[in-house]
Ligand binder design. Structure first.
Ligand SMILES: Cc1ncc(COP(=O)(O)O)c(C=O)c1O
Length: 461
C-alpha cells in the first residue's frame, strides 16, 4: 500500500491523489514542515467543495422539486471554524452537539435557522439559549421533553422541535459508533415495551413537535441497516401524522453516518448510492411531503485531510524496522487505541516532499508518545522511510487531527488548507495556528502553580 495509485479510483479520487502529492511537496518547500515544525494537518479545499457538491447533487436527484433539504454538517467531525464557514458557503448548515460546537458554528456565521442541536446531555441553559435563538432542537429523552414543555410554555420560540428515536435496528462492526443497538444511550428506544405508543402520544399532546430524528450510526454500519433506520423513522412519522389527522411531522432528520473507505483512495459508498437505497427503503421519503435534514460528517471531510509528520529517527528492534515520527496518539487517537477498527493508510514522502519510490519494506510507523502502542501503522509494507522523510496519514480530515489528545503535553499541530494558487502552484491558508509550548504550560495550570503547596480553603483566600 505504498503510494496509492488505485486502479478502481474514479476521476475525482485520482485528482485528490495528485492534489495531495503536490500539496505535500509545496508544504515542505514553503516551510510549513521542516526542522521546527514536525507535524501538520493539511486540508484539501477543492476536495471538500467537491464532496459538498456531490452530496447536494445526490439528494437533489432523488427529491421532489421544492422539497426543503438542509445538509447540516456534523461539527464534531471537523470542529474548525474556517471549515464550517467553507461549508456554509457551499450551502450547508451545522449539526451541533455541545455549547462549544454551537459557538463554533456561530463564529463561522452559520445562521440559527440552519443549525440543529442534538446532544444527549443538554442543560436547561443550553436549551433556553437554543430556543431563544430559534435553533432546531431534537429532544433526546422524556426528561428533556419535560424541559422543553416548560420552556415552550414560558416563551414563544421559532425553533423547530423534534424527538430523537433509536430505531434499535442493530449495530455495525464498530461498537463505539453503533447508535441503534438495543441499549444505545441515544434517543427514545423505539422497540422497548410501550415506547412507540409513548412517542406517538407525546406528539399528539404537543402540536409543536414537528420533526422526527434518528441517527442510526456511523463508521462500520452496513448501508442497508442505515437505510432501515431511516425507513423506521419515516414509518413512525406516517403513523403520527395519520393519528393526528394532519401533517404534524413535517421534517425528518435522518442523521449522518455514511461510512468512509479507509483502505484505498476510492470514495465508497457514494452519496448517490445511499440516496438511491433510501428511496427504495422508504418510498415516499423524497416525495416532497417531508422536508429533510441530513447530518453527515466523516463522509464529507475524511478523505480531504492528511497528517504530515517528519521522520525523526529510524531504527530496528527484533528484526522489525521502525520509523519514529511526530504523529501518533495526539492526532490519531482512535487508530492508536483501536487499530483494528480504525486502520489508516500511510504514504511515504522523501525529505523534499516527493512520493518515495523503491522496494517496499515491512516497518512500523511510530508516533512520539511514551507508550509502546503509539503506532500509526504496524508491520506496514512501504518504501523504506529514512531520517528526514515524511510519513503521511491519509483520510484524516474527520475525527483525527482536529481532535487533539494532549498525551505527553504534545502540542496541537497547525492545520492548513490548500488550493491551486491560479499560477500553477499551491496556496496555503492557516486554518488553525500550531499550539505553542507556552500555551501548553498556561493551559496546564501555570497561573495556579502554587495552588497545591499553599492550599487554603476557598473562602479564606
Ligand atoms: C447525531 C449525530 N449526527 C451526525 C453524526 C455524524 O456522523 P458521521 O460523521 O458518521 O457522518 C453523529 C456522529 O456521531 C451523530 O451522533
Amino acid at each position: 500500500m505504498a503510494h496509492e495509485r488505485e486502479q478502481d479510483a474514479g476521476d475525482a479520487d485520482t485528482g485528490r491523489t495528485v492534489r495531495r502529492d503536490r500539496a505535500v511537496r509545496a508544504a515542505v518547500e514553503q516551510g510549513l514542515l521542516g526542522p521546527d515544525a514536525a507535524v501538520a494537518g493539511l486540508l484539501d479545499v477543492t476536495g471538500i467543495r467537491e464532496s459538498a457538491a456531490t452530496l447536494r447533487t445526490a439528494f437533489g436527484a432523488v427529491t421532489a422539486p421544492g422539497t426543503p433539504v438542509l445538509h447540516a454538517f456534523a461539527v464534531k467531525a471537523t470542529p474548525l471554524v474556517p471549515v464550517l464557514r467553507l461549508l456554509h458557503q457551499e450551502g450547508f448548515g451545522a449539526e451541533v452537539a455541545s455549547p462549544g460546537e454551537l459557538a463554533l458554528a456561530r463564529a463561522a456565521g452559520v445562521p440559527p435557522a440552519r443549525t440543529v442541536l442534538d446532544s444527549p446531555a443538554k442543560t436547561p441553559a443550553e436549551l433556553r439559549e437554543a430556543l431563544a435563538l430559534g435553533i432546531a432542537v431534537n429532544a433526546d429523552n422524556p426528561q428533556e421533553l419535560d424541559r422543553l414543555d416548560a420552556l415552550v410554555r414560558s416563551a414563544p420560540t421559532g425553533s423547530p422541535l423534534g424527538v430523537r428515536i433509536n430505531p434499535q435496528v442493530g449495530g455495525g462492526t464498530i461498537g463505539a459508533t453503533s447508535t441503534a443497538t438495543e441499549t444505545s444511550k441515544f434517543g427514545v428506544a423505539l422497540r422497548d415495551e410501550g415506547a412507540r405508543e409513548w412517542v406517538v402520544r407525546a406528539y399528539l399532546q404537543r402540536p409543536w413537535l414537528t420533526r422526527l430524528h434518528a441517527h442510526t450510526g456511523s463508521q462500520g454500519i452496513p448501508l442497508p441497516l442505515m437505510a432501515q433506520g431511516v425507513a423506521e423513522t419515516y414509518a413512525l412519522a406516517e403513523e403520527i401524522n395519520t393519528r393526528a389527522g394532519r401533517r404534524q411531522v413535517d421534517t425528518l432528520d435522518i442523521g449522518g453516518g455514511l461510512p468512509v473507505n479507509f483502505t484505498s483512495e476510492r470514495t465508497a459508498p457514494t452519496y448517490a448510492q445511499f440516496a438511491r437505497l433510501l428511496a427504495e427503503a422508504a418510498p415516499g421519503l423524497f416525495g416532497g411531503r417531508y422536508g429533510l435534514v441530513t447530518e453527515f460528517g466523516r463522509s464529507l471531510l475524511a478523505k480531504h485531510g492528511t497528517v504530515l509528520a517528519r521522520v525523526e529517527y529510524t531504527k530496528s528492534a527484533g528484526g522489525r524496522r521502525i520509523a519514529v515520527t511526530h504523529a501518533g496518539v495526539q492526532v490519531a487517537t482512535r487508530t492508536v487505541y483501536a487499530p483494528g477498527a480504525w486502520p489508516l493508510r500511510i504514504a511515504a514522502y522523501d525529505a523534499e516532499g516527493r512520493p518515495k519510490q523503491g522496494p517496499e519494506v515491512v516497518q512500523d510507523v511510530a508516533g512520539p508518545a511514551c507508550f509502546s502502542g503509539d503506532l500509526l501503522a504496524e508491520a506496514r509494507a512501504l518504501p523504506a522511510l529514512e531520517q528526514g522523510d515524511y510519513a503521511a496519514a491519509l483520510d484524516t480530515g474527520a475525527y483525527y487531527f482536529a481532535h487533539h489528545y494532549a498525551y505527553n503535553s504534545l502540542t496541537r499541530p497547525g492545520v492548513y488548507g490548500f488550493a491551486p494558487d491560479g499560477a500553477g502552484g499551491i496556496a496555503f491558508a492557516t486554518v488553525r495556528e500550531p499550539q505553542t509550548i507556552a500555551e501548553v504550560v498556561a493551559e496546564s495550570g501555570e497561573a495556579h502553580a502554587s495552588a497545591l503547596t499553599t492550599l487554603l480553603p476557598p473562602r479564606s483566600r
